[in-house]
Design a protein around this ligand. Structure first.
Ligand SMILES: [Zn+2]
Length: 320
């Protein structure tokens, strides 16, 4: 991949951001402000897909809302700005069918033989070649596509017909049960991560900022914890109930952050990541005013780090 350009994506992310309420981890952010190559972007998705799959599956029994997860991230030309499409068609052979953008390493889709770059022709007998690429970029096709994939995996299995360089093959995937949350990468120069109840979004800058997979897992686990604890809907409810008591509302917001911090340690531990990475990450993120961690709606980072250190000591004295 030799060219670089600003990814002007709308796709899966925009509606996530438009639909934002006063919610966990809100920081200043804008889209389309980060130049990335598509190859780098695919790498980010790959890394997030891998960590997200492990976190979601290892913690399935913590979650009341679950889904079968294949560890598969797809993309389609319609989600990109039309001027970019020619490049994508040439460089990635992205056509009318959706394509595999990323796979969770050793996840069900990869183990079944799916490969990044495979065009997906059909899923459980449903052809996927009806998505138009002649329209302005839109959220509709990728959302429809994701719904079709989710529906196909509702019973835990799906059979895909895929094509690479003119050769078709069938891939049968047995998905794994995990927490229900979709994980996305947003190209952005801001250090940020968010959760809205159904989705977790992490920026490309935060992925570059972390020192290792454990730290990235810590950021994802914190956001997943917000979803597991249904913070989005609880915050919406509290904002109505506490309309005339902004102090109480702020206190409530801060408590959701502390709760997400503490649950994230458990989620990390159960998925085999080092929970102490949450502390090292927040210690470096905390002093950065721009970070979602430094928002005024959040408790001070030193207090949060202290709470997590206390909780980790408790972990080790309980022999966990
Ligand atoms: Zn948060």
């Amino acid at each position: 991949m030799t060219y670089r350009f600003t990814l002007q994506l709308i796709s899966r992310w925009l509606w996530v951001f438009l639909a934002w309420l006063p919610s966990p981890c809100v920081g200043e952010d804008t889209q389309n402000d980060h130049a990335e190559s598509v190859s780098a972007f695919g790498y980010y998705d790959e890394r997030v897909a891998t960590l997200a799959h492990k976190l979601a599956v290892a913690n399935a029994d913590f979650c009341t809302e679950r889904e079968y997860r294949a560890g598969l991230t797809v993309h389609h030309l319609s989600q990109y700005d039309p001027p970019l499409r020619e490049n994508l068609q040439r460089e990635l052979a992205l056509g009318v069918e959706p394509q595999v953008l990323a796979l969770a390493a050793t996840g069900p889709a990869e183990m079944a033989g799916l490969r990044v770059g495979d065009a997906i022709l059909s899923i459980d007998g449903q052809d996927l070649n009806f998505f138009s690429i002649d329209h302005p970029m839109s959220v509709e096709p990728i959302n429809t596509l994701q719904s079709l994939i989710d529906a196909a995996f509702e019973d835990g299995f799906a059979r895909l017909i895929v094509e690479t360089e003119g050769t078709e093959r069938a891939v049968e995937i047995e998905a794994e049960l995990g927490c229900r949350s979709k994980f996305y990468v947003l190209p952005s120069s801001k250090l940020n991560a968010r959760a809205d109840g159904m989705n977790v979004v992490v920026t490309s800058s935060l992925i570059l900022f972390v020192q290792n997979d454990d730290e990235l897992a810590a950021a994802l686990a914190h956001e997943l914890a917000h979803n597991v604890l249904r913070h989005r809907s609880r915050i919406a409810q509290a904002s109505r109930l506490l309309e005339n008591d902004r102090r109480a509302f702020s206190r409530f917001l801060r408590s959701t952050e502390s709760d997400a911090d503490l649950l994230s340690l458990e989620l990390l531990q159960r998925a085999g990541y080092d929970p102490a990475a949450a502390i090292s990450l927040w210690k470096r993120l905390g002093p950065k005013k721009e970070s979602f961690f430094g928002s005024t709606s959040h408790p001070g980072w030193r207090e949060r780090v202290y709470q997590m250190e206390q909780a980790l000591e408790q972990f080790s004295s309980n022999g966990r």
